[in-house]
Write a protein that binds this ligand. Sequence first.
Ligand SMILES: [Zn+2]
Length: 86
Amino acid sequence: MPIYEFECEQCGERFEELVAADAAAPACAACGSEHTRRLLSSVSPPGRQPRGAGVRSDESRRREREAARQDRLASSRKKRAAGEKP
Ligand SMILES: [Zn+2]
């Protein structure tokens, strides 16, 4: 279930609630008023992110980490072959 951010029209309190997409707005966490509205928040729950730049950059970061690891392995192997201490 996605997390939505709500704002109370009564007291201005903002709070986050786990609710179904078509559920009614929950009562205010601070004053109990039912006059709350869902905010268009930037919170993107996992699994609902669009496939795009974020996914690609995650993948490229992973490749960079793997490449760096291979570099370290290769250089430590070279050092050992040359008889140096790491
Ligand atoms: Zn309130």
